[in-house]
Design a binder for this molecule. Structure first.
Ligand code: MLT
Length: 302
């Protein structure tokens, strides 16, 4: 069983990316014990409803899904973990792999949606991941496809890092260790948010900077190294036999929309949505468009 719950009210209408793992009206925060770290997980919606789990990107936290959680939890049991080392989840020893995050995802699902709900079998869930969250989802479905009934892959890719990208990650790790989070937050905002958001949405820019500044550097370094050594899941794309929604941001500089187009062509029957005027953090930069695309896709599954 989860080892702790809180229901403190928090956030509010118009908030952009509230505090990590914060309970808002109708949500509860559950603490799940995973090996070496306690994970903070927000849960909202009918306990016996169809299940949607949403995984945020690096180095953010589950608050990037605030809009989707609010919009969908009347019909869906929405589960939003803060990944290990992010938000209110513990950083543990700071030594991660994407596979450890998959282990965490399975632990969270088994805790919140016990297999008993489907006569001893796992309840198949819809899993959505943004960027690093997508790396976790793709590896999870490669490992245990029977746990999933549909996927949402936002601003993510199946390819492993090139050496060039790995070297950039090593530079980022050095920057955090030698210069601290302030400089890192500035650099991160420049690449992760689209030019329109940076120009027109100082509230979103500020929210992302605050999340980065509040990060545990061990989590940030651990996740960078986990992404650097992740495996390539491209072959798994061609084996997918489940409805899949691929979402991209027109102004994404980290995972360009062309990469999403290419990934979608490898997945049988995939639906592709490109969100205009949004960069890499689509769920937060264009919550209305993102939620509409997600809702349309999920409605087709009910
Ligand atoms: C993310 O948004 O999760 C990261 O930018 C992904 C990455 O660095 O590959």
């Amino acid at each position: 069983m989860p080892d702790g719950r809180t229901g403190a009210p928090g956030g509010g209408p118009g908030d952009v990316a509230g505090q990590a793992g914060e309970a808002t009206a109708g949500t509860e925060v559950v603490t799940v014990r995973a090996p070496g770290a306690r994970l903070s997980v927000r849960v909202a919606g009918p306990r016996d409803g169809p299940v949607l789990v949403l995984l945020h990107g690096f180095p953010l936290n589950g608050s990037v899904w605030d809009d989707q959680l609010a919009a969908l939890s009347d019909r869906w049991l929405v589960i939003v973990p803060d990944l290990r080392g992010h938000g209110r989840s513990e950083a543990g020893d700071g030594q991660y792999t994407i596979d450890f995050m998959v282990d965490d995802l399975f632990t969270v699902l088994d805790e919140i949606v016990p297999p008993a709900r489907a006569a001893g079998r796992h309840v198949p869930v819809v899993a959505g991941g943004l960027s690093m969250g997508g790396y976790v989802v793709l590896r999870a479905v490669e490992r245990e496809p029977e746990r999933f009934r549909a996927l949402v892959l936002a601003n993510t890719r199946s390819a492993a890092d090139t050496d060039h990208t790995r070297f950039k990650r090593f530079d980022a790790v050095r920057a955090v260790r030698e210069r601290g989070l302030g400089r890192y937050a500035e650099m991160f905002v420049k690449t992760s948010l689209g030019e329109t958001t940076r120009r027109e949405r100082p509230d979103v820019v500020g929210a992302v900077e605050r999340i980065v500044l509040a990060s545990d550097p061990r989590g940030l370094v651990g996740a960078q190294l986990a992404m650097a050594c992740r495996t390539d899941t491209t072959e798994a794309l061609e084996l997918l036999r489940m409805p899949t929604l691929v979402i991209a941001g027109e102004q994404d500089m980290i995972t360009p929309a062309d990469d999403a187009r290419e990934m979608a062509t490898r997945i049988a029957g995939a639906r592709l949505v490109i969100i205009p005027r949004a960069g890499h953090t689509t769920a937060l930069e264009a919550p209305g468009e993102f939620t509409r695309a997600l809702e349309g896709f999920l409605d087709g599954l009910l």
